[in-house]
Design a protein around this ligand. Structure first.
Ligand code: AMP
Length: 398
């Protein structure tokens, strides 16, 4: 069977897609559909080799977005219905307690993904619509769901349990699930490969620092803790999300500040984190503000690093010893300032960063600690699309 896989990541108002070969990792085409369902700003950007096509105009729903993307595939010489696609791989955010393996999508699986929307109301409905639309547009091609929560199904009970009324928690699925699992798993394997050791021998701390951010502690290839919780709001400070908050802040905002539930949700998902503190959520802009002497931007950076180091400390203790610390995703791969600040002053713990290595940009996996340091600090580019493509391909072709 063909190793050509169409990978789809359907968000609430966007679709990211990539057509790639699972074996060679060669990307045939990729694109982004934005502002689905919005009156203005609808846009599809499609890239295929040297060709870049842009479509602008309203995109009423996900089906229309996919249709438009498929049109653009055709315009660049690829008819998806006859291209020989072996599988479609869908990133699905929440697998709840039901799914932790890549799963062939059937009517029953799709129904369950929909039911899990109570745990991920912003994400699972969009994932389900994406699956449904693809089944209509590409009938007969096997579809596989790869779950963002899957890698964390090994969390020990103490790490996944919230200390609230146990009956309420059990009745409503209130527990830590963790997210970004596909990325954490992929980079932990890449790090092991780079070090020439099996994952089963390694204790790793992974920092996935993108617009969303999470950390994990991984022992012998299995996740033993992670910062995101029942939802992707907990843990590290992020571009627009706050990370850990005193839960008492919520009733305070509602009872004293007069915010209603939608306003609190808007605050927590879109107006907090780096953006809430500094006005910008992109680390490149934050860096520029800091260089210009902006005190709020500097504070945002310091809060971000403070929170990150709290988890670094926690995971060092949980693991006992650590072989490698890995930075990945937009900020983790591209911000030497974040990496240096995150690990400053830890030489006594065997953790050190070589300034020249840290500042040097290079593709692929690289080591930024001195060769003599006991802990290998690595930058590992993540590739969730490739991980999803390989999982889908393996399930369909094995
Ligand atoms: P991701 O969610 O992994 O795509 O990461 C997106 C984020 O990475 C952006 O919002 C930026 O904050 C950050 N980023 C991307 N490129 C750079 C860069 N060259 N320097 C610093 N931060 C970057």
């Amino acid at each position: 069977m063909s190793d050509l896989v169409l990978v789809l990541n359907c968000g609430s108002s966007s679709i990211k897609y990539q057509l790639l070969h699972a074996d060679s990792a060669q990307v045939r085409a990729s694109g982004l559909v934005e502002k689905i369902g919005e009156a203005h700003g609808g846009r599809v950007v499609h890239e295929c080799g040297e060709q870049k096509l842009v479509h602008e105009g309203p995109i009423p729903d996900h089906r229309a977005g996919l249709r438009q993307a498929f049109e653009m595939f055709r315009a660049t010489g690829i008819d998806l219905t006859t291209a020989g696609i072996g599988a479609v791989g869908h990133r699905v955010v929440h697998g709840g307690e039901v799914f932790w393996q890549p799963t062939l999508i059937t009517g029953e699986v799709l129904r369950t993904i929909r039911e899990l929307s109570v745990l991920a109301p912003l994400h699972n409905p969009a994932n389900a619509i994406g699956i449904e639309s693809t089944s209509e547009l590409l009938p007969g091609i096997p579809e596989v769901a790869v779950f963002d929560t899957a890698f964390f199904h090994t969390l020990p009970e103490a790490a996944r349990t919230y200390a609230i009324d146990a009956k309420i928690a059990a009745a409503h699925g209130v527990r830590r699930y963790g997210f970004h699992g596909t990325s954490h798993e992929y980079v932990s394997e890449k790090a092991a490969e780079y070090l020439g050791r099996p994952t089963s021998e390694l204790n790793q701390i992974i920092f996935h620092l993108g617009n969303g951010a999470s950390a994990s502690a991984v022992r012998g290839g299995l996740a033993i803790d992670t910062t995101m919780g029942m939802t992707p709001l907990e843990g590290l400070v992020m571009g627009t999300r706050p990370g850990d908050l005193d839960p008492g802040i919520m009733p305070h905002l509602m009872n004293v500040a007069g915010l209603d539930l939608p306003a609190v949700e808007q605050l927590l998902n879109r107006d907090s984190g780096i953006k809430g503190l500094s006005g910008v959520n992109d680390f490149r802009e934050l860096q520029q503000l800091i260089e210009g002497g902006d005190a709020q931007a500097k504070l945002a950076f310091d809060v971000y690093i403070h929170q990150l180091r709290r988890y670094l400390g926690a995971y060092l203790v949980e693991l006992g010893t650590v072989d490698t610390i890995v930075f990945t995703a937009g900020v983790g791969e591209n911000s030497p300032a974040v990496r240096a600040a995150a690990l400053a002053g830890l030489t006594g713990l065997g953790i050190d960063v070589d300034n020249a290595r840290n500042e040097t940009r290079a593709p692929g996996v690289r080591r930024i600690s001195p060769d003599s340091a006991p802990v290998a600090v690595l930058v590992v580019p993540t590739n969730e699309e490739l991980a999803i493509a390989r999982a889908a391909d393996e399930l369909v072709n094995s």
